[in-house]
Design a protein around this ligand. Sequence first.
Ligand code: CA
Ligand code: CA
Length: 290
Amino acid sequence: MRAPHSYAVAVRRPDGQIVSKGERLPSLAEQYPILKLPVLRGSVVLIQSMILGIKSLNFSASVVFHEAQKEATVSEVELKGAALAASVVTGSSVAVAATATDDVAVAGVQFLLDGAPLGAEVTQAPYAASWDTTGASRSVHTLAARARDAANNQTTSAIVTVTLADPPVDTTAPTVTATPPPGTFTGPQSVVLVPSEQPVAIYYTLDGGAPATSSLQYAAPIAIATTKTLRYLAVDAAGNSSTGSLLYTIASPAPSPAPTVTAPAPSIVNHSTLTTTAVPVTLSSSTSSG
Ligand SMILES: [Ca+2]
Ligand SMILES: [Ca+2]
């Protein structure tokens, strides 16, 4: 609509609302009196009308386009979850959550696991889901959240990388400490075996044979009265095992040495006067023990 000194444009937006704009028309004739001449005045009005028409089209387009652009300003999405802070996850499930905001309204949030939907779209805040990891490969996975608005504009959050791992596995074989340690002894010994971890089953033999799980299982100190090789097999709960061979030498008590007899050499006093010589003999006995 054009009036002598102003014009107005009204545009209906997609949502039905009418947006209008009015502007005062610049009076070129007031600025340039020469334009008041009849021929020139008609040309000025024509040119001015053309300019207004283009302006109106621009305004109309900007209103509609601006509205579409506004709704196209898609949601901000951020993926959250306590478990996601850890780069390695060993649990059987991972809780994920997301926050999403939109210029109009968030219609729903779809969580994504390795790019594929994780569960159904969550249409109401709080946006949360749980990832059951029991069937997932023990490797690197990605999680993300994709939010959409009513106009189906979509925004996907930054990807969070999660490495699934099993709980630490026992790969250490148990060791066994024997008390007393193997060696040479002069009497019977009672050997106590202590494993480096629990639970550990210790199997053993005393006849030199290789121990197996069918061998005697250690339950109490092992009595060793004569020289024996104690061979053991220790097995932990994870099936790691170790073997050992312990030689206990039980020496018989040393026999008492036989008594020794010493006699001083006879001394000849006087060969010329003595026909017989009485020689004193002293006997001594010594016994050493050890
Ligand atoms: Ca939007
Ligand atoms: Ca172990």
